[in-house]
Every structure is written in C-alpha cells, then in structure tokens.
Design a protein around this ligand. Structure first.
Ligand code: AMP
Length: 355
C-alpha cells in the first residue's frame, strides 16, 4: 500500500491528469506531473511539475525518484524512455501502452482473446506499390470504411472516411502505418470502464451509451438503450480478459459498438476515460478515485450508479464560454479544465446532470 502523503507521479498533463490529481488530493496524496507542454492543466492542481521531453531520460529518472508510484493519463507516451523508471514503480505497466498505442496491435491482441474488432486490413508499406496495397486493403474489407493511422490518432484525428475507391486517390497521406476498417452498422456505442487492482480484483461501472460527433465524444448517458444492456455482459467478459492479460493496474476503458450480431470492439484506453466522467457525481466512487485507490493498493470503492438517469455532455471549443448560462441550470455540475485557448474541437470542460 502506498502511504497517504506519498507522491503519485502522473505522465501526461491534460484534464484527465487534473481530475486524477484532484481525487488523489482528497485521499491525502501529493501529485507530480510530467509533461512536455508548459501549460499543463494537471500541473496547475498538483504539487510538482517536471516539464521535459518524453525522451529526456535524466528528467524521467529524477521524476521517478520523487514518486512512490507512477501512472499515466495519456496512452501515447513513448515507451522506450520509460526504462528510466525502476521496475514496478510504473504500476499500470508498459505493455498496456505498447498495445494501445497501435491500432493494429490492439485489434490483434483483442482478437486473440476472443474479441471481435471491425473487419480490417493493414496498410503497412510492405508492398513496393503503396497505392496498390491500399486498394487491395479496401477491396478485401469492402466499402464504405474508415482509413485510420495506426498511431497517434485521437478524437477523430488521423481518420478518413472512404465511400469509393476514387476518393483514395485524392488523399494526401503516406501509404503506410495505416489500417483500413469496415464501417460498422451499429445500434449504439458504449464503453466498459473497469478498475483493476494488482491482485486481480476488478470492479465495473455501469456502461454508459456514448454519442460521438465528428469522431469526438459529445455525450454519455445512463441508462443506455436495451441493445447496450443486452451486450454488456459479453463486453465485460472480454474487457476482464484484456485487463488480466495486460496485468493492468488502474482504470481502463474499452469502447464497443452494439450491433445486431453482438458487441464489436472498437478501441481501448489504458487510462481513465472521457466516457467515465459521469462517475464523479453519478457513481458512489468515481473513476478517478478508484484509479488512485487501485494504483495505491487501497480497497476499491463501490462503483454503483446513484440516481436513475445520468447525462454527461462535453463542452467543446466555445461551448464552455457562457459559464453563467451553463450554471443557469441549477442541476448542472460544471467542470472546467482551465484551458486558456478554446480552439475548435478542443475539450474545454463537461457538464453532468443527475436525475
Ligand atoms: P475512434 O477514434 O476509432 O474511436 O473513432 C471515433 C468514432 O468514429 C467512433 O466512436 C465511432 O463513432 C466512429 N467510428 C470509428 N470507427 C468506426 C467504424 N469502423 N465503424 C463505424 N464507426 C466508426
């Protein structure tokens, strides 16, 4: 058990780290954020901040010395430099990062455990003629589909919808490091969010139904549709296998499509997740608190939903500008992330409503 008063290290400086740090403070821990960007909204609410490149091994090693345990809030942290952190201290492990950083590795990993991803084909630059390889992938999977970069895509970035072969010719992107996925006809999207302790104890939150707009999560709500309720057990069984196989410690999320043929795996995130923000007010114990409890070896809190209906809505771009208007709804729980610039597509905060 990590004693109260000890320092938790957080790799990544965004809003997820900010909300982990706030939960950690409630349990009496200090946080030390490591991030390459100067304007870290997680560092603003933490005791210490190391602002350095992910590849700065000396900085990582100094950071590690200050921390009793280290977690991440961002899955695209380069893995090789993390060798500077002593074994075991990076409690959630490196394997989960390796798998989740690469859409192809992730799909293969999940398929080996019995999960079903959308039909896909890799475009990895193996063939001399990249154009032909891409066409072949598209023909094998079928149209319509989505071309995605294997790495570094998030919130719909690095994705191109393809309805006809002709559209591919116009795409000014490298013909490697891609995966082409068939478009899944889904009834609903949902996520399984779980907390796992080092001893293998797992707790699940109720699954919210998620609505995306332009590849970005717009809102999550509970209870979800019947299609989701019918498929949660199967999705949870797979999620448990994934967390166990990775030896993962902390909160992780797996996103699914509820289809007429059962749950189709979309992607995983070995970290707290946007579709779990509703748990701050909507569950007995939030995903952030249970993440801290899990990585510190404390007992997990109750994950039950409180109140019958819960809705979390993201505030994207200038949607967070009218604070007084948002608080005009006395039932609204407003969370602002403290980001200075409201760029289009940027997550600035969220609002949760219970009941
Ligand atoms: P991703 O970043 O892969 O999670 O994609 C973001 C969103 O785009 C998903 O939550 C879906 O709404 C949509 N999407 C991505 N891949 C597919 C697919 N193969 N079929 C249908 N919709 C998809």
């Amino acid at each position: 058990m990590i004693p109260t008063g000890a320092t938790i290290g957080i790799l990544g400086g965004g809003q997820l780290g900010r909300m982990i740090a706030m939960a950690a403070a409630q349990l009496g821990y200090r946080c030390h954020v490591f991030a390459p960007e100067k304007d870290s909204v997680a560092a603003e609410v933490s005791a210490d901040f190391t602002c350095a490149s992910w590849h700065d091994q000396a900085a990582l090693s100094g950071f590690a010395q200050d921390c009793a345990v280290i977690t991440y809030e961002f899955e695209n942290v380069p893995v090789a430099p993390l060798a500077a952190i002593p074994d075991g201290r990076l409690i959630s492990g490196r394997r989960a990062l390796e798998v989740a950083q690469d859409r192809l590795a992730e799909k293969r990993f999940v398929a080996e455990l019995g999960g079903r991803p959308a039909p896909y084909a890799a475009v990895d630059g193996g063939a001399a003629d990249g154009e032909a390889e891409l066409r072949e992938a598209v023909e094998r999977v079928g149209l319509p589909g989505i071309l995605k970069t294997r790495r570094d895509g998030y919130d719909g970035k690095g994705q191109w919808r393809v309805a006809s072969l002709r559209e591919i010719d116009g795409l000014r992107i490298p013909r490697s490091g891609l995966v082409f996925e068939g478009l899944v006809r889904f009834e609903a999207e949902f996520s399984v969010i779980l907390a796992r302790r080092a001893d293998g104890v797992i707790a699940f939150w109720d699954s919210a139904q998620n609505v995306h707009q332009g590849g970005i999560l717009a809102r999550s709500f509970l209870p979800p549709s019947q299609a989701v309720l019918d498929q949660v057990d199967e999705a949870r069984a797979l999620s448990r296998k994934v967390a166990d196989a990775l030896g993962y410690v902390g909160v992780m999320a797996l996103e699914f499509f509820a289809t007429a043929d059962g749950p189709v795996f979309n992607e995983m995130a070995p970290r707290v997740h946007n579709s779990g923000h509703w748990t701050i007010e909507g569950a007995v114990t939030s995903q952030f608190e249970n993440h801290v409890r899990a990585i510190c070896g404390l007992p997990l809190g109750d994950t039950s939903t409180v109140g019958g209906q819960v809705e979390m809505r993201n505030l994207i771009g200038d949607e967070a500008a009218d604070v007084a208007g948002l608080l005009g709804d006395p039932q609204a729980h407003l969370h602002l992330y403290g980001k200075a610039e409201a760029r289009p597509g940027r997550k600035m905060g969220h609002v949760t409503r219970i009941g």
